[in-house]
Ligand binder design. Structure first.
Ligand code: FE2
Length: 382
């Protein structure tokens, strides 16, 4: 049985293929078309998956997508009604997602085949469930606490789950506009790192800073009762991906996240490629500090709800290796399995594994032993 997982029309578009439940191949489109964080249709990645198993798209039994435009619809509507100025963003985003509606035509066009020959069943899975599936179903464990956090996906920034055998039971969601990913991105932008995916650089900048601004940055984010909240006065438009724009060539562009209030508090934002000052390093320090405080607060709550020693984790924020390094000293968790493709390229794998285990109820037999899931090159070719 072949299951094709996809992340498409979303940053880090990718494809993954399972053969009888075993991961056969997975790759992000950016590795093939050389467009960083490509957010269009992963045509080359799909073809590479099919080539790896010697199959045609008509041989595929299931196609699973790590995105569900109808998930959390009530919350999206509630937010849009309360923020009518952002309605246009919502409609644009929804229109973009409509492109996924006719998956058969898209695949047939891209792979030059007859749509009538396609027999697959189609599955749509909420973004953060796909993230958690990409970690738990790749781990060797039969039970664990599941955690996913990032900027946003399907109107959610954080998810907690109980994972057991072939079930992922969602226990809690943090909805937009509250997002640890957006908090991090906003301050990154303010100190001059305004390109999508530059957060890792600022994590590396943080140790050069001092605790000068920890008290001020505390006003931007707060934790309470196992959740966190942003002080929205420091943010410009936030919610439902308005902070992120996908251009017609599939590249991703960040809109400005920080409001004038950041300037009132910390002075002028740093322009990219100008000198990095002590102020910028100190802001990076304070941001990383409160990011970690919030992260450990959330994990404390998760452990209360799921008192396991094992934590399966994914989502773009799970790439914060500095925070991850403190996991065992700051939380009761004693083992962790973090999906190497914790960013959105891992959604394809998570969606495919979720179909195999949670939808088709196939038992757990395989775990992910390495992340060399892409193409191989012979010495001659190199
Ligand atoms: Fe994500």
């Amino acid at each position: 049985m072949l299951i094709l997982g996809l992340n498409m029309f979303h940053a880090d578009a990718s494809a993954a293929i399972l053969q009888d439940g075993e991961i056969a191949f997975a790759i992000a489109e950016e590795r093939l078309n050389r467009i960083k964080h490509y957010a269009g249709f992963p045509a080359l990645a799909i073809q590479a998956c099919l080539d790896a198993v010697g199959a045609r798209i008509s041989d595929v039994d299931h196609v699973a997508i790590g995105q569900d435009k109808d998930a959390n619809l009530a919350k999206k509507i509630e937010y849009a009604v309360a923020n009518p100025g952002k309605l246009l963003n919502f409609l644009q985003l929804r229109r973009r997602k409509q492109q996924m509606q006719d998956l058969r035509s898209l695949l047939a066009r891209s792979l030059a085949c007859d749509p009538g020959s396609l027999k697959f069943q189609e599955h749509h899975l909420e973004h953060h469930i796909a993230h958690i599936a990409s970690a738990f179903y790749c781990s060797p464990w039969d039970r664990a606490a599941g955690f996913s956090y990032d900027g946003s996906g399907d109107f959610v920034s954080t998810m907690m789950a109980r994972c057991h055998e072939t079930e992922i039971e969602v226990l809690n969601r943090v909805f937009l506009p509250h997002s640890l990913g957006s908090f991090y991105t906003m301050i990154c932008e303010f100190i001059g790192y305004n390109r999508y995916g530059e957060e890792g650089k600022v994590m590396g900048l943080a140790p050069y800073g001092k605790a000068t601004y920890c008290d001020q940055v505390r006003q931007i984010i707060g934790t309470l009762n196992g959740e966190f909240r942003l002080n929205l006065r420091y943010f410009k438009s936030i919610g439902s991906n308005q902070g992120m724009k996908v251009l017609s060539d599939g590249t991703v562009q960040l809109a400005r996240h920080f409001s004038e209030r950041m300037q009132e508090m910390f002075g002028e934002p740093r322009l990219p490629h100008t000198d990095i000052t002590q102020r910028d390093m100190d802001l990076a320090y304070a941001m990383q500090y409160w990011f970690e405080e919030s992260f450990f607060h959330l994990l404390g709550e998760l452990h209360e709800r799921v008192p396991e020693e094992r934590l399966a984790m994914a989502g773009g924020c799970a790439l914060n290796s500095v925070a991850n390094g403190k996991l065992f000293s700051r939380t009761p968790f004693r083992e962790t399995w973090i999906q190497p493709a914790a960013g959105d390229e891992g959604l394809a794998l998570g969606a495919a594994l979720h179909t195999w285990h949670s939808v088709l109820k196939q038992p757990r037999r395989h775990s992910m032993k390495h992340s060399n899931l892409g193409p191989e090159f012979s010495p001659d070719k190199i």
